[in-house]
Structures are given as structure tokens and as C-alpha cells.
Design a protein around this ligand. Structure first.
Ligand code: ZN
Length: 92
């Protein structure tokens, strides 16, 4: 499983008759069934198809934090946004 600080999860339902393997339970996942697509730090290259139930279990166990949840665990950088805004507002 890819190491990532946070994950994007979105519903997926493929019309392509493919079979994926769920990264959590390692069982087959028919693409036609309703499932989810998980992406490490929003990177589509690392996306994996997973069972909805498995994803929910991982989320519950805290192993699949969303970006918002991850950001909350990070040290606050109060000046950063202000600097960015300040730079944008500066007259040239
Ligand atoms: Zn699974």
C-alpha cells in the first residue's frame, strides 16, 4: 500500500467489465459494483479501487485520513496565508 499523508476518496462505478483487487482485504472487486476510488494525496497515478465497506473500516481505524483531517494534525502556519494574500495585493 502506498504511503501517503492523506487520501482522497470518491465513489466509483465503472462500466468497464474489469476486476480490481481491493488494497485492504485483497479480495476481488468487480468494477460494475458500487465501490470507491482512493487516491494518495490526490494523485491519480496512485489511485486504487476499494470496497466501500473496507474504506469505511480503514477510515474508522484512522488509517485513511482525508486532507482536512491531516491538516489538523499539522503545526499551524498562521503567517503563510497572510503572506500569500499580501503578495497578491501588493501594487506593482
Ligand atoms: Zn475490500
Amino acid at each position: 500500500m502506498t504511503e501517503a499523508r492523506w487520501w482522497t476518496v470518491r465513489p466509483a462505478q465503472n462500466l468497464k467489465p474489469a476486476t480490481y483487487r481491493c488494497p485492504f482485504c485483497h479480495r476481488h472487486l468487480p468494477a460494475l459494483s458500487e465501490h470507491v476510488l482512493i487516491m494518495p494525496e490526490g494523485n491519480p497515478k496512485g489511485r486504487r479501487h476499494a470496497h466501500t465497506a473496507c474504506m469505511l473500516a480503514e477510515r474508522k481505524a484512522g488509517r485513511l485520513p482525508a486532507r482536512d483531517e491531516w491538516l489538523k494534525t499539522q503545526p499551524r502556519t498562521p503567517g503563510r496565508l497572510r503572506r500569500l494574500l499580501g503578495r497578491g495585493a501588493k501594487a506593482r
